[in-house]
Design a protein around this ligand. Sequence first.
Ligand SMILES: Nc1ncnc2c1ncn2[C@@H]1O[C@H](COP(=O)(O)OP(=O)(O)OP(=O)(O)O)[C@@H](O)[C@H]1O
Ligand SMILES: [Mg+2]
Length: 1023
Amino acid sequence: MHAGSREIKVKRVSSRKRSRDNLKSHLTPVRKRGGGGGGGCSINWRFSIMADIPAAEFCSDSEDLFGDYDSILEDSSFLAKLDDAEQTERQRDVRPSAADQPDFTSLRPPKDAVWKQSCEDFLTDSILDALGDEPLEELPPSQQQFQEQVENAKRSRLQDGDKTSTPLRDAGGKSAAGNVEDKSKRPARARRSVTEQLKRTMVSNAASPSSISRTVVLKEAVVSEEISVAMQAMETVSAETTDLGPFFGLPTKVKDLMYKLRGIKTLYDWQETCLNLDCVQQRKNLIYSLPTSGGKTLVAEILILRELLCRKKDCLFILPYISLVQEKVRGLASFGLELDFMVEEYAGSKGRFPPVKRRNKASLYIATIEKAHSLVNSLIESGRVDNLGLVVVDELHMLGDGSRGAVIEMTLAKVLYTSKSTQIIGMSATLGNIRDLQMFLRAENYTNDFRPVQLKEFVKLRDTIYEVDPKEEDCFRFSRLLNFKYSSGMQKLDPDHIIALVTEVIPAHSCLVFCPTKKNCENVAGMICKYLKEDFLRHREAEKAILLRELRDTGNGSVCPVLRRTVPYGLAYHHSGLTSEERKLVEEAYSSGVLCLLTCTSTLAAGINLPARRVILRSPYVATDFLKRSQYKQMVGRAGRAGIDTEGESILILQDKDRNMAQTLVCSPMENCYSNLLLHDGKGLLSLILSLIGLNITTSPDQLRDFLCGTLLYVQQRQLCVDKSLREAVQRSVDLLRDKDLITVTEDSHGQTLQVTALGKATYKGSVDLTYSGVLYRDLSKGLEGLLLNSCLHLVYLVTPYDMITQCKPDWMTYYRQFTLLSAAEQKMSAAVGVPESFIARKAAGQTVKKSVNLEVVGRLYLALVLFTLLKETDLWSVADKFQLSRGFIQSLLSSSSAFCSCVLHFTEELEEFWPFRALLKELTRRLSYCVKAELVPLMEVAGVMEVRAKQLYNAGYKTLTHLANADPAILSETIENLFRKQADQIVASAKMLVNEKAAALQEEVDELLTAPSDLPTAPQPN
Ligand SMILES: Nc1ncnc2c1ncn2[C@@H]1O[C@H](COP(=O)(O)OP(=O)(O)OP(=O)(O)O)[C@@H](O)[C@H]1O
Ligand SMILES: [Mg+2]
């Protein structure tokens, strides 16, 4: 299955069922071996990497699964128009005579399918009649004109906000309903006549005695018609004939939205094939693996929508970074609004545990790895995990990525164990040992090597370019000789000919240069600029000036001197030393072609969709480590922009000494990914066991062993170097947890019963690292004895993350200077936690200090001082200057602290003695999450709205969330400098979603308050 795309056609057909017995036989034995008590897993723990068994591949046949499907009424925006028209009529209180109206009383009973059918029939007729008023000029099929018309209605509706939850927009003093009317008057008689008819319908409805809005009923009826088709299709799956709904089991409206919101008209062949796999139809777990930019996300999104709309189940989408979560929330909010489901952000300090129960809507939780784990825990604890229909893990290879990988493994193992009905889907571009992961997830596999744009890989050695070709003996095939005319000065400055390589493509095309260190990124960008011609300055000059201005705004007047020099040439660097706002501005400018080249570190390769015509790897190292195969693949995978380039190319610059290693790098198979539960002395395993006991998933060692047989660790037991049997490993963990006072073990004739202590519960509920739970408890207890409350330094100190201490060495002079600026009370508090002034003074004077002082406490207080100063001044740049730290580091310290603060809050909620902290930490979490002026906080709650944008919005009069939710995206993008229409659409949609979410949460509370408990005691029955 290869390149090329196919027009999406829609029809319902059945697809054949394929046998999966082959795979089953691979999946079952391990479970069998480990079944029951699990004590028989004696393990020969020697490190050996098994030869990879090629993954089973399922390719569907080429049968066309979609044909014509006539759909005139899928678009529920038409019904929005009905809403609007009805509202207009209601407002005018017009009650025409019965003789003027058609009889709509037959529309009333809204209960069953007959009703839906009758209403659809009626509407179809009436609308077609109306359209017949005027000849159709350009648009051939009648429904296209209809669609155009309802698009107009929809646009006006979007602009006017959701009238059920928000008041009329006052800008211009025009009512929302009035707007619709104005628009409908505009172009054609056809539209007028439709409107007239609709009005009459509404008037009739309004006049009828029923209290239910007809249009609400109509809306539900028409939209649910297609959903019910899809649901029927899903039910028939069990009967083994896969009858699909109009668009992969979804309403056609989804297809329209994909086009409208994403510009995606056709699915790639592989996407169709994958969506039509039997195992997908039957909701089996699935791992699919394709090269970078293969379009994996779209498949996951269609499956998510199917789960939300057809099965009405909640979904969890796990992404590795906060920025990616925010991007997804922004991108899917419009789908949520149009298709009536919730999109909820779980990243940083955002997200409720357990999530609010929605009575009428399914929720899509978009979460980072850590938040997803807490969310799953809270769903299990509240007995709601069965409501989770689907879990999607993007970048599944991150299972092998240190302690974060361990968290993914725990999350998935828990879902597998506690909910038989939850489907799990994982996707990745770089998976070596899919087989292991398949066994772990009991999943099927789909693999394809499709790439929308062909990628050519090259390496450069001295002045020769070789093409990477695994068929060649040494993997490299001669391609061309470089013939650059370098002066001797230039040769000295740029011995690797980077300038020559980049100027072959820029400014007409884009280029990414991956560098081994952050400093190197800045140097390379600066160096290239030195030799670029003046012409580069004129390329998109005005937009580059705007970018610089925006960069200056984010820095409250300061711009990074390197960027100030490089941006006019269309170049920038991109690494974690930049603030997230700067990174976002640089990314947007690069995406739109204002910048043509980025020098960057490997972090840019992960996740963000910033493709380039040419990708240059300045050296095969990340810092001092030789590149891993997966890192290399991620980086070169950025080459080639779908729809723009015909091909992409990567060039890896090599020195002679690296030649052999580079051959292995470019030609070896993908690296394998291994379980990380045993990392750092089995810390992951310990915390998994603690939470299993805490959540009552397992309450005995036998059950624990049974659970562990369903982990990736168990699948890979022979490949991983462990010197204990499963029984011993469990026993050792139980003993350790008991020693740490996190669990209790009681023994009776049936064996051991395991229970979590209050401290243990606080630890897993707060997602506190086991290494720190004891010290956190002590620090908080000590804090209670003399909490300083006329300053927030003490509280900030208590929530400064322990694991960031090693990332920053105090500069003693700065430390001392800042210390002396503290109030007497603050200094006293510092001494009380273990940092006396005398110690810092001596350090600053360069003296050796004999007195024993806990350096971790000293380091932690230093970080707390950074945060404290930031909270006071809210100016990242000046704080970075004061402490001589990169602004990117300070920002990540801030976001880690806000996340840790919410963890500490959950920790204190479980321990009665810490009650005074709860209110304080709630407020502190909020302050750390939005370290900006208070008035900007509501605007920054919207996913992806950062400080500068919030300021712009605020100054333009959008002062609250409701202002944003009711904003007209067109006006917004006109008013706010450099805000593209698409971004404005996304901001408004996200704001609307957030308002809906808040309103729904309040409504749930109201309903709960007003509903009589089912176990309300009744009067005793007389005997
Ligand atoms: N059928 C399609 N037609 C046109 N564009 C598409 C289609 N499917 C996906 N795309 C676009 O291709 C780009 C890359 O898709 P996506 O981000 O899903 O890739 P990916 O496989 O997840 O890659 P990576 O491994 O790098 O994350 C996106 O901009 C997406 O909108
Ligand atoms: Mg992806």
